[in-house]
Write a protein that binds this ligand. Structure first.
Ligand code: FCB
Length: 447
């Protein structure tokens, strides 16, 4: 059986973070408010009333964090750019101090031999755009393309590859359908225009980046969906969920059309959002790499109550993370084979842009994280041995951070422990394990 040491030569080792989860400094140097500042300030929406106002204070401590990355031996670092730090109201006037921060960050990474991999949108929409409807407003896609232009013109000389969006599925569902994330809308399926406008934004920004000779990726949260039984009702429910979670965000980009969502009762024009020519704008620029964020598979049954046409069921008899997510590493292998079956030649090279787990009551010993990462990397090596083109792995996350609605303390995903009172960083056991793995893989491939 191939294992992680057999991952291909040139495989890129990395770690991932996101701006609102680590930067803090939300009111410094001209940054404008984001939807997450507004949302987290509402009583009762984030565990223990936490916010990202300080988070890991990475805005000030980035040199220390880059020193950790260098010590780990990372090839690449995936971070996100805070749109309201660069364009405080989302459009119009650029904030020079905001741009200067990302200049410093990129230069410091390059000086440490680490390739920057920025994500343009990881959920912190400028509040100024939300005030005009946010992603429910088609105009936001055009503002995103302008923001991409600003960033590409500033950093494109040093940053070769870019991720447009992080997990439009999760942002649409939690932010616009269920309301558990910012901006807190509860539109259920009528949230789908927000999904389409994000994909349109991706397509418009991809053109901007390609025009400047830069590579483009999209990071999707994908999950293999299995029916709870072989019954026709469970199978149909699983297919409907697969269309919504996976195909809705990947088919238009790779194939140029939306999947059939009629089983969900969704109109073909996505509640009026889909205009003629839009799927060309999304598809034609092409994708140089598919970013895959993988956490767990999903088991679906036919609904027991009226409402959505599916029910979530737990996967028993497997370990679960602190979040309660089932740990099934072979699901990653199966997912990759399934992507090849579905998309064939249209499937670009794949980079794992997130994978990791939260561990209960850890400080330094975090053996469950080592077990999680090693098993998922072995599953990746298995898929690579079966011919899937996998270019790299960015673990979520470098640091414990602000885990959205779960706040700061309850779901720690870092290789590095962060004491949020003192901002002290303490590498965990998984940090040493990852550093040794990277060094061993590199030495083996150099032979
Ligand atoms: C992903 C998000 C990331 C983090 C992990 C745990 O869905 O992209 O920001 O919250 O989950």
């Amino acid at each position: 059986m191939p294992d992680r040491y057999d991952l291909p030569t040139g495989f890129r080792w990395g770690a991932a973070t996101a701006a609102y989860q680590i930067e803090g400094a939300v009111a410094e140097d001209g940054r404008g408010p984001s939807v997450w500042d507004t949302f987290a300030a509402r009583p009762g929406v984030v565990r223990d009333g936490h916010t990202g106002a300080v988070a890991c204070d990475h805005y000030h401590r980035y040199p220390e964090d880059i020193a950790l990355m260098k010590d780990l031996g990372l090839d690449g670092y995936r971070f996100s750019i805070s749109w309201p730090r660069v364009l405080p109201t989302g459009a119009g006037t650029v904030n020079p101090a905001g741009l200067a921060f990302y200049d410093r960050l990129v230069d410091a990474l390059l000086e440490s031999g680490i390739t920057p991999l920025p994500t343009l949108f990881h959920w912190d929409l400028p509040q100024g755009l939300e005030d005009n409807g946010g992603w429910l407003n088609r105009d936001t896609a055009y503002r995103f393309a302008e923001y991409a232009t600003v960033m590409a013109d500033r950093l494109g000389d040093r940053v070769p590859a870019w991720i447009t969006l992080n997990e439009p599925f999760v942002h649409t569902v939690f932010g616009y359908a269920l309301g558990t994330h910012a901006p807190g809308r509860t539109l259920m399926l009528e949230a789908l225009p927000a999904a389409h406008h994000q994909l349109l934004a991706h397509g418009l920004a991809a053109s901007v980046l390609h025009d400047r000779g830069l590579e483009v990726m999209l990071s999707n949260n994908l999950t293999p969906v299995e029916p709870a039984s072989a019954s026709p009702a469970d199978t149909a429910a699983a297919e409907a969920y697969d269309a919504l979670h996976n195909r809705l965000f990947t088919d238009p980009v790779l194939l140029g059309h939306y999947p059939d969502l009629s089983a969900l009762g969704v109109p073909d024009d996505l509640y009026g959002a889909l205009h003629p020519g839009d799927t060309d704008l999304i598809h034609t620029p092409g994708l140089d790499g598919l970013g895959l964020n993988f956490y767990n598979p999903t088991r679906i049954a036919a609904p027991t109550e009226p409402g959505l046409p599916f029910d979530f069921v737990d996967i028993p008899d497997v370990p679960h993370t602190a979040f309660g997510w089932p740990v099934v590493p072979d699901a990653l292998h199966q997912l990759l084979l399934g992507l090849r079956d579905t998309y064939g030649k249209a499937l670009p090279p794949i980079t794992i842009t997130e994978n990791g787990c939260s561990v209960t009551e850890e400080t330094v010993p975090d053996q469950p994280r080592i077990d999680f990462m090693s098993a998922h990397l072995d599953a990746l090596a298995q898929a690579a041995a079966e011919g899937i083109d996998i270019r790299g792995y960015y673990t979520w996350s470098l640091l414990d951070n602000f885990e959205w609605a779960e706040g700061l303390f309850s779901q720690r995903f870092g290789l590095v422990h962060v004491d949020f009172e003192t901002q002290r960083r303490t590498p965990k056991a998984s940090y040493a394990w990852y550093r040794d793995l990277i060094a061993a893989h590199r030495a083996q491939n150099a032979r």
